[in-house]
Design a binder for this molecule. Structure first.
Ligand SMILES: C[S@@+](CC[C@H](N)C(=O)[O-])C[C@H]1O[C@@H](n2cnc3c(N)ncnc32)[C@H](O)[C@@H]1O
Length: 224
């Protein structure tokens, strides 16, 4: 049941408006990230209420493909660290979190799964990270309206070492419903790097129950 918002009182209206704010078509990336900053405190609980299982799905694929615990891995768009919570038991010794939201990154520190924190915008061709830094990169839930540009994967092909693995987990519906990704724009950006010999597709799978009843789409690429 939806209750009426009172000043200072947290309600399901607050939860819905947080989600609406971060997915809004009417805001630019800076405002979107400040909405994430505002949401960080209750994001984890709210996503649980929404039935968001992206981090569990991403953790499943990390366990499958990121098997060396002492290798270097990046959670690209880590947010508050939900993935870290689900993967902590593996004890990765060099697992970095990157996000533009400083408040989310601060929250991600508390799960004690990450060993380094990078506050940075993911924009095409502009990541400050050196070439061939990581053995694996995982991105969960960040291909969403107004979030990442399709061509940001160019940087990922650069910063992940040859034979390293990139895992992308996203809501399947954005492949057809988000204008920046639909009509093959996002899949085309992925395929372009296949055609250019930068990475190869290892697996593409669908997972039920990604966000309530929405389906999750998982892409796994191997860097060449
Ligand atoms: C839906 S959340 C997903 C967070 C986390 N991966 C999870 O599964 O809970 C999207 C995250 O992407 C970050 N983000 C969105 N656009 C970004 C950008 N262009 N650069 C860096 N971070 C971005 C937001 O700050 C937010 O933390």
């Amino acid at each position: 049941m939806t209750s009426k918002s009172e000043p200072g009182q947290y309600t399901s209206d607050t939860r819905h408006s947080s989600l609406k704010n971060v997915l809004s078509e009417d805001v630019g990336i800076n405002e979107r990230i400040s909405h994430y900053d505002t949401w960080a405190k209750t994001y984890d609980q709210d996503m649980e209420v929404y039935g968001f299982t992206g981090p569990q799905i991403a953790a499943e694929y990390m366990k499958r493909y990121f098997t060396a615990i002492n290798s270097s891995y990046l959670d690209c768009g880590s947010g508050t660290g939900l993935l870290g919570i689900h993967i902590k038991e593996l004890g990765y010794t060099d697992f970095h979190a990157l996000d533009a939201s400083s408040v989310s990154l601060e929250k991600a520190k508390s799960c004690k799964a990450y060993t380094n924190f990078i506050q940075e915008f993911i924009t095409t061709g502009k990541l400050s990270i050196e070439t061939d830094t990581y053995d694996g990169l995982v991105c969960c839930g960040c291909f969403a309206p107004g979030h990442l540009e399709p061509d940001c994967v160019e940087d990922w092909c650069r910063i992940v070492k040859p034979d390293g693995v990139v895992i992308i987990v996203m809501n399947q519906k954005w492949l057809s419903q988000e204008p920046a990704y639909n009509k093959g724009k996002l899949e085309g950006a992925f395929q372009k790097r296949v055609d250019e010999g930068k990475w190869e597709l290892v697996v593409r799978e669908q997972k039920d129950g990604y966000f309530n009843k929405d389906v999750g789409e998982v892409f796994v690429f191997k860097i060449k």
